[in-house]
Design a protein around this ligand. Structure first.
Ligand SMILES: [Zn+2]
Length: 283
């Protein structure tokens, strides 16, 4: 790409529009630039929210890539411009946007994916150092799937006491609760199930979920069952609550944890989440 030049910017193509039309050795190709500002556990991640547009873009580029390969022309490029030098790998955030991540994997032979990190100084100047980062393709092929663990975050506004199935009556002081569960198939459907209120209760979590305000779910996708190690790690940060809650089938004391403060406000919580979401690859 070193000798490539920009011919035009904001180039319409069908119903899409690409950032740049490039030229290298007399041959044209499209270049799309994505800005990366999300980082976790030394990994640079994209996107930071579900991007249907981003998915559409790379699939469209892959169609062009197909044509380019047939004609012996350069493949289109997606340049991920990473605004940090303290990262050592780039990957799609499959926890946040599974469909984009699946497309990212699917197009990799037809689109040149180039993640480049740039550094910023304290005075907001670009540093000299520009580095191409590796993409852990093997790891992604294994881990980008609709399975894994999840955290259900719930807020109880006022102290409550109610029956939780066979556990009987349980007191819930006002505050924040996190439930750890897993679904090794159809994780997205499971998450959506927890986000809806239900009339029939099946799991312990259903009883609490129905009483709670502000329910949200954070997936921790993985190919291996991690629910109990996630629960163990969380017990170092938050208070275990209601013995046996969600842990009828394992050795954990509980899969429910309590915090008087909103747990997602704490640095320690984010460190915990990043550790599970973006495991380091060495070893
Ligand atoms: Zn467990």
């Amino acid at each position: 790409m070193a000798s490539a030049q920009v011919l035009r910017a904001e180039v319409p193509y069908g119903r899409s529009r690409f950032d740049f039309l490039m030229e290298e050795e007399g041959k044209e190709f499209f270049l799309e630039v994505k800005s990366v500002t999300l980082f976790g556990n030394r990994a640079a991640l994209f996107p930071d929210a579900v991007t249907e547009r981003g998915r559409h873009h790379i699939l469209k580029l892959a169609e062009l890539g197909d044509e380019a390969i047939k004609q012996g022309l350069p493949r289109p490029v997606v340049l991920f411009l990473i605004h940090s030098s303290r990262v050592d790998r780039f990957l799609p955030d499959y926890h946040t946007d599974l469909e984009f991540s699946r497309a990212f994997l699917e197009v990799r032979d037809r689109v040149r994916i180039i993640p480049v990190s740039v550094g910023w100084t304290r005075t907001l100047e670009l540093t000299e150092k520009v580095e191409e980062l590796p993409v852990p393709w093997e790891f992604l092929s294994r881990e980008v799937s609709d399975s894994g663990a999840y955290l259900v975050l719930m807020k109880v506004e006022h102290e409550e006491l109610f029956d939780v199935g066979r556990l009987g009556p349980v007191a819930f002081p006002a505050g924040w609760y996190i439930y750890v569960g897993s679904a090794m198939k159809n994780l997205t459907a499971r998450i959506n199930r927890h986000l809806r209120k239900r009339k029939k209760f099946h799991w312990h979590i259903d009883y609490l979920r129905n009483q709670a305000a502000k329910v949200s779910v954070l997936p921790i996708r993985s190919s291996k069952r991690a629910e109990c190690s996630v629960a163990r790690a969380l017990s170092d940060l938050l208070a275990p609550h209601a013995a046996g809650f969600g842990s009828s089938d394992c050795d954990c004391a509980t899969h429910l944890f309590f915090s008087p403060e909103k747990p997602t406000n704490s640095r320690a919580f984010h460190d915990f989440l990043e550790r599970f979401r973006m495991p380091l690859l060495d070893g």
